[in-house]
Design a protein around this ligand. Sequence first.
Ligand SMILES: [Zn+2]
Length: 270
Amino acid sequence: MSLSPSNFENILVMGKSGAGKQPRIDVFTSDFGLKQLSTGNIFRSFMKIFNDAAYEGDINQFYDDKKNGFIEDKEIKKTLGSSIDNSIIDDFLLGLKAHYYVSNGKYVPDSLTNMLFESYFSKSNYKGMVLDGYPRTVAQAEYLLKLIEEKETKIDAIILVENEDEAIIKRTMGRRICPSCGAVFHLEFKPPKDGKLCTKCGTEVILRSDDTEEKLRTRLQEFKDKTMPTIEYLSKKGIPVVKAEGNLPVFTEEAVKKSVVDGLKESGLL
Ligand SMILES: [Zn+2]
């Protein structure tokens, strides 16, 4: 079956952290009319709802260590009383939970990630999205497929951006950001002024705290342990996996677009 671009309902872009997913995502948002749905942004937006409410109590009281999870929502609501506006209480609770796991550096349970994801996915009627950072585990993939089936939409393909670990480490370690305006540089490919100053505002650029080699290797290992089995699972369920080379000899917008489009054509999706 061949599809015209406008027929894409949902695309998953997957790959190791630092493999170069964003430029491929950009192809789908600029040329195929899809919108990016990124788990990172979803988490940030829920945590913002929590933070904006300026709750002054201790949120640890809602977590039951024995049960290894949160106490019932209705119990939490009882304790919160009228301190949180009723119109935002459900989103506030999701934000509170996300905040708890992230700020304690704990692994976010799939059940919570699924709920946060669905709350955003539902706003677009479960279609028209490029999913970024979801699903990351087999349990999340099972949830997504169930959702897609219930809502009668579909996942057209997984774009798997491929890149060698060592190439990713080399590229990521060269990345610098401006702490003041957020501009992104690369010591080799997009150097800051005099090797250290932001070309937009002149601030000295820094290495992101997430970009240490140790953290990067942990993320690469997680990809092997959790995300690869997820991709295999989705592939077995019949979702085409389109491979896209992450390390292009010439890195231009056109070359990136071509690599994605060629892959889609080879898989008969275009
Ligand atoms: Zn700057």
